[in-house]
Every structure is written in C-alpha cells, then in structure tokens.
Design a protein around this ligand. Structure first.
Ligand SMILES: C[S@@+](CC[C@H](N)C(=O)[O-])C[C@H]1O[C@@H](n2cnc3c(N)ncnc32)[C@H](O)[C@@H]1O
Length: 206
C-alpha cells in the first residue's frame, strides 16, 4: 500500500509536465566524479536521468533507480538520444522496500527528498552498505528550498549533521572527504537567478 501511494504520487508529479528537471547533470556530481576512477555507479532517485547520462558519458556503468516509471522512461529516452543506453541499467524500486543488488564504486543520491513521510535514514544506510571498498558515497541535499520554490512546500531539509547521524557509519571504516554546506549560483525553471545552498557529503569507504 505504501509502495502504491509513494509511486502513484511521484507518477502524478511527473505527469504534471513533460519535463520536471533540467536534464543537465547536477553541479556537485560534476565537481566530485572527475576525481574518481570510473567503475560501477548507482544513481538513487535518478529522476529524468541528467546525472545517469553524464556518468555513462564519462565511462561509468550505471544502475539508475527510481520509483516512478515516468522518470525511468524519460531517463532512458535521454540516454538513447545520447547513445549511452548500453552503459545503463534502469531499475524500478521503491528504495524504502527493495534495493538493487551488488556493490558499487560510486553510490550517488542527489536531492533524494520527498515531501511525503519515509524512512530516508534507513535508505541511506542501505546506500552506504552498497558502496564497495575504496568506493564513494555522495549525498547532496538542499540546504534550504531554492529561492524560486520557497513557500511552495513546507518541507524541512535535514542538516549535514542530521544526515551523518542517521547514517551512523563507523568512522574507522569511512573517510570524510567533504562534508559541508556550499552555495552556488543557479537559474530557476523560468530563468530567474538565485543562490542555492547544497549540503554536500562525500564519504570514502576504506
Ligand atoms: C527531487 S527528485 C531528484 C531527481 C534527480 N536525482 C535530480 O537530482 O534531478 C527525487 C527523485 O527521487 C525519486 N524517489 C522518491 N522516492 C523514492 C523512493 N522511495 N524510491 C525510489 N525513488 C524515489 C522520485 O521519483 C524523483 O525522481
């Protein structure tokens, strides 16, 4: 029932428009991933595939996961248009219930927020489990709502500390490569300029 509800809600969100996100890779992924050796990547909540396609274009083999069939279909369409379909496996999961098999050199969760209640801490702990030795866990959250979305949702975003506390990782096993709140300039859906605050967590499994 929970699966149906969450899935239905995200399908409805995607049905609102032919395209919700920009189609471009996320800024922090483009900052972090070039410092890593390409291997197997897991893109959690891949949305319309901007990150997935960028990773595939940069020699990664990607498992791209989303709860919404509409998101996966759009991501696959983008991948086909960029000739990288053969480097990507798309999987539909409600990640609070099922999770892709295997281990990964990069597990990436970008803006994996939901306006609906869910156990995101447990999901992120499962994501950490899926990181191979020597691999990287990259979590990027909104520090606060983008200026053009403020007041639209009353969503409270977790702080970096809350995310780390929720992960409860063994410090001996994980190196904190980058843990910070970071600002960047960006453009909103109607071309408006604004400052975004990202909570960036990059952890390397020893
Ligand atoms: C805010 S969007 C971010 C999309 C993409 N990562 C990006 O940065 O553009 C969150 C994505 O997570 C997906 N999602 C939400 N809850 C999920 C769940 N329980 N399991 C899998 N995917 C989920 C949504 O369908 C949506 O595509």
């Amino acid at each position: 029932m929970e699966q149906l509800d969450a899935k239905q809600r995200w399908e409805e969100r995607y049905a609102e428009s032919d395209r919700i996100w920009s189609g471009r890779p996320n800024a922090r992924l483009v900052e972090v991933a070039p410092g890593l050796t390409p291997g197997r990547a897991l893109d959690l909540g891949c949305g319309e595939g901007g990150d997935t396609v960028w990773l595939a274009e940069h020699d990664w083999h990607v498992v791209a996961v989303d709860i919404a069939d509409a998101a996966l279909a759009r991501a696959a369409e983008l991948a086909a248009s960029r000739n990288v379909l053969d480097r990507i496996e798309f999987q539909q999961h409600n990640l609070t219930e099922t999770f892709p098999q295997g281990s990964f050199d990069l597990v990436s969760a970008h803006f994996l927020h939901s306006p609906w209640d869910w156990d995101r801490d447990a999901l992120l702990r499962r994501a950490a489990d899926a990181v191979a030795p020597g691999g990287t866990l990259l979590i990027v959250d909104h520090g606060e709502a983008p200026p053009w979305a403020q007041g639209v949702h009353d969503h409270r975003f977790p702080s970096v500390t809350e995310v780390l506390d929720g992960l409860a990782l063994d410090a001996a096993q994980w190196e904190r490569v980058r843990v910070e709140q970071s600002e960047r300039e960006a453009q909103g859906p109607d071309g408006q300029s604004g400052t975004l605050i990202d909570n960036v967590i990059v952890l390397r499994r020893r």
